[in-house]
Design a protein around this ligand. Structure first.
Ligand SMILES: [Zn+2]
Length: 403
């Protein structure tokens, strides 16, 4: 017998009703009629791992676990395509415990699916990649590990950012084969610099095998970026970070990316990696369908400020940002729940639009939109229930409450 879970009295994140969650900063309205449902409140029935009904549902169906959202916001679970660690653990720890810690920490921050984002070290054993590949799709007690995102190794040394030189090499079909052998179908995304000789062929091979080729850690010119897009690049890794900025006589990659409607872009919306005005400018240009909010989360994600380690190197985490030194950012420590709050603050966008950047958009980028990224009958029951301040009240991953 499949289990049933009934979420009662939620307010849909995109409700067209007057009291919708765009007014999320206002206190919850108390239902006028305690015996019935307030207008705009909705119930969601989950059977096993699937949403089977959305509407007003009577509670008298026995044997059904009930979760009262009590007027809180109900949204699809968040998907983070760029996360290196959380809760004190890193993908680089290369063990199941670390992946469980990350998965469970992310669930507490409203994330229900993520790509384990890490590096490949040519000539080394690459245990972190093997372990993440093996554990993809397994129950880790929290957010679903959806696959791997490799930053490199075919990226620009000049724009390495937080990636260490031992995880970077010249484009090589032999090394690509090694990576594909190690990861199989779990390699969902690779960050690549199209200007390096040999990478256009690698981009085509990635796309052919179902991996997203993502522009990043690159010093490509405008023309080289266009060639990369023509070869199959469809996504961009942390837009603006680790790539040339725009100059009116030397446009660089940014206008080539921003003007191309087929390309979706990762943006870290903490206001530190990108200045808040640049976050707003980017959102206005990309619109709410091409903008993918990411955390680029590191070991200290979900933990207090302090000193932590990433890939054996110390960094300081303060006010949501991790820094190796004054110049080099290693990632943010905020959850996607906080990052969409900052996105709204910086852009003035609606709550529904902010949620789209962490649900529908990453799901579509990953080709998972038929199952994930929205609340609809037949979709996976990946759901987050948020308090008015966007802290997480409950997270449900494929029908199971994980936080
Ligand atoms: Zn990076």
């Amino acid at each position: 017998m499949p289990n049933y879970l009934l979420i009662k009295n939620g307010r849909l994140f995109n409700s067209p009703k007057k009291e919708n969650v765009e007014n999320y900063t206002r206190p919850c309205h108390t239902p006028k009629n305690r015996s019935g449902l307030d207008a705009g409140r909705v119930d969601i029935l989950i059977r096993g791992k699937t949403i089977v009904r959305i509407g007003k549902i009577k509670t008298d169906s026995g044997g059904c676990e009930v979760l009262d959202a009590a007027g809180r916001i109900v949204a699809p679970g968040f998907i983070d395509v760029h996360i290196q660690g959380a809760g004190g653990a890193s993908i680089l720890d290369a063990n199941r415990n670390a992946l469980e810690t990350i998965s469970q920490t992310l669930a507490r921050l409203g994330t229900t699916g993520f790509l384990a984002t890490t590096v490949f070290k040519p000539g080394a054993e690459n245990l972190p990649v093997t372990v993440a590949s093996e554990k993809t799709g397994q129950n880790l007690g929290g957010a679903n590990l959806l696959g791997i995102h490799l930053e490199g190794p075919f990226i620009s040394l000049e724009k390495k950012g937080g990636v260490l030189p031992d995880s970077i090499c010249k484009p090589s079909l032999k090394i690509l084969k090694e990576i594909q052998h190690l990861t199989g179908k779990t390699l969902k995304m690779m960050t690549i610099a199209p200007e390096l000789t040999g990478n256009l062929e690698i981009i085509r091979k990635l796309v052919d095998s179902g991996t997203i080729a993502s522009f990043g850690h690159s010093s490509a010119s405008y023309a080289e970026t266009l060639s990369g897009i023509a070869a199959g690049i469809s996504h961009v890794t942390h837009l603006f970070n680790a790539m040339p900025s725009m100059h009116h006589r030397s446009p660089g990659p940014l206008p080539a990316i921003l003007e191309n409607k087929r390309v979706t872009c990762q943006v870290i919306t903490d206001g530190v990696h990108l200045n808040p005005e640049i976050v707003r400018f980017t959102f206005n240009i990309l619109g709410d369908s091409r903008f993918v909010t990411i955390s680029d989360g590191v070991t200290s994600t979900g933990l207090p400020d302090g000193t932590y380690l990433y890939d054996g190197v110390k960094y300081r985490s303060k006010d949501g940002a991790g820094r190796r030194d004054k110049e080099t950012l290693v990632g943010t420590t905020l959850g996607l729940n906080q990052l969409i709050g900052r996105l709204m603050k910086f852009t003035g966008c609606t709550f529904a639009a902010a949620v789209k950047t962490v649900t529908e958009n990453p799901a579509r980028t990953l080709g998972l939109e038929k199952k994930k990224g929205s609340l609809a009958i037949g979709k996976d029951a990946d759901i987050v229930i948020l308090n008015q301040d966007l802290s997480v009240f409950a997270t449900i991953v494929e029908g199971k409450r994980c936080a």
